[in-house]
Design a protein around this ligand. Structure first.
Ligand code: ADP
Ligand code: AMP
Length: 214
């Protein structure tokens, strides 16, 4: 099963992708997580990506496409995968489509988690992330058991630099300009599924499970 998660930043792509990956036993590939890991390790890719991420801009396609195309060729992707945060531009979607069609494959589902901008602001302002293990929480909708402490690894959870309100505004306009056109792209390929993201996480998950028949 090859799945793409579409949706605005903060729509709940990562939250759902983790649960689906676990249920289906396929890898969850988040380009945002890959960049953050590179930043932490101080790699050249991380250094380049950070300059864009800090401003709420997209990392250039040429730094993203090969990375994902190489990743999905790895052995653990043989039974499928769930892409979270990729593609984010039409050229990225073409790069993925070309790489897949070269081996006679295509995406099964592009799942768009639909959440209006006003809810997004609230989601991002309340998101807390663990820099140590990558777990995410929300101060209202999915709080940590002990305040400020990651349930998974005991690390200190933080507000991501790019979740600060001034950057969120940029990320949302970048989303509408560059990523939203992917909804039509996948609709034209009969791969699009729209899911109402303004429901409790468990209900969003149930809708996705019913859609993909997992
Ligand atoms: P994305 O990966 O799309 O950027 P996340 O999965 O990190 O988004 O979710 C953004 C924030 O919203 C997180 O703090 C998460 O806990 C919270 N969240 C996710 N899904 C829901 C939901 N259905 N209802 C309320 N809050 C949610
Ligand atoms: P995310 O964790 O998915 O919210 O991504 C965080 C940031 O990483 C984004 O705001 C972008 O700057 C960058 N990023 C992640 N995925 C991509 C992508 N597919 N194309 C370009 N930039 C990306």
């Amino acid at each position: 099963m090859k799945i793409i998660m579409l949706g605005a930043p903060g729509a709940g792509k990562g939250t759902q992708a983790k649960m689906i990956a676990e249920k289906c036993g396929i890898p969850h590939i988040s380009t945002g997580d890959i960049f953050r890991a590179n930043i932490k390790q101080g790699t050249e890719l991380g250094r380049k990506a950070k300059t864009y991420m800090d401003q709420g801009l997209l990392v250039p396609d040429e730094l993203v496409c090969d990375l994902v195309v190489d990743r999905i060729k790895q052995d653990d992707c043989e039974r499928g995968y769930i892409l979270d945060g990729f593609p984010r531009t039409i050229p990225q979607a073409h790069a993925l489509e070309d790489a897949l069609s070269a081996i006679g494959q295509k995406i099964d589902y592009a799942i768009d988690i639909d959440v209006p901008d006003e809810n997004i602001i609230d989601r991002m302002a309340g998101r807390r992330s663990c820099p140590k293990c990558g777990a995410t929480y929300h101060i209202k909708y999915n709080p940590t058991k002990a305040e400020g402490i990651c349930d998974v690894c005991g690390g200190e959870v933080v507000l991501r630099e790019d979740d600060k309100p001034e950057t969120v505004k940029n990320r949302l306009s970048v989303y509408h300009e560059q990523t939203q056109p992917l909804i039509d792209f996948y609709s034209e390929r009969n791969a699009l599924a729209e899911i109402n993201g303004v429901q409790p996480m468990e209900k969003v998950f149930e809708d996705i499970v019913n859609l993909i028949g997992a």
